[in-house]
Every structure is written in C-alpha cells, then in structure tokens.
Ligand binder design. Sequence first.
Ligand code: ZN
Length: 62
Amino acid sequence: MNATVPVAPDSTVELKATDRCDRCGARATTRATMASGLELLFCGHHAREYEAALKDQEFALS
Ligand SMILES: [Zn+2]
C-alpha cells in the first residue's frame, strides 16, 4: 500500500460514446478544459471550429 497512483491528466482520459458535443450533440471527440476547471466537449467539427478561439482563452485541448 505504499504506491502512489498518479492522477491521470484529462488528456489521457478517453471520451466515452455517451459524451456529447456541447454545441450540436454529436459524439464528442475533443475535451477542452479551462484553467478554472470547466470542461467543454466538442465533436470533430466543432473542435476545429473553436480551436483557435479556445487557445486564445487558455483552454487545454485534448
Ligand atoms: Zn459539434
């Protein structure tokens, strides 16, 4: 019981089939995590559409 399991960062957590894009409801392929901890999910289409804007707002895309 002496091993410390590191907490996996969001980027390694696979999105589930039930995760949906916050914009259109399609299956999410990208998770965007804000510095505040707020998470947004995007489908491939919306991930590309919002990528530039999200980076400007210090989102971490995974
Ligand atoms: Zn979408």
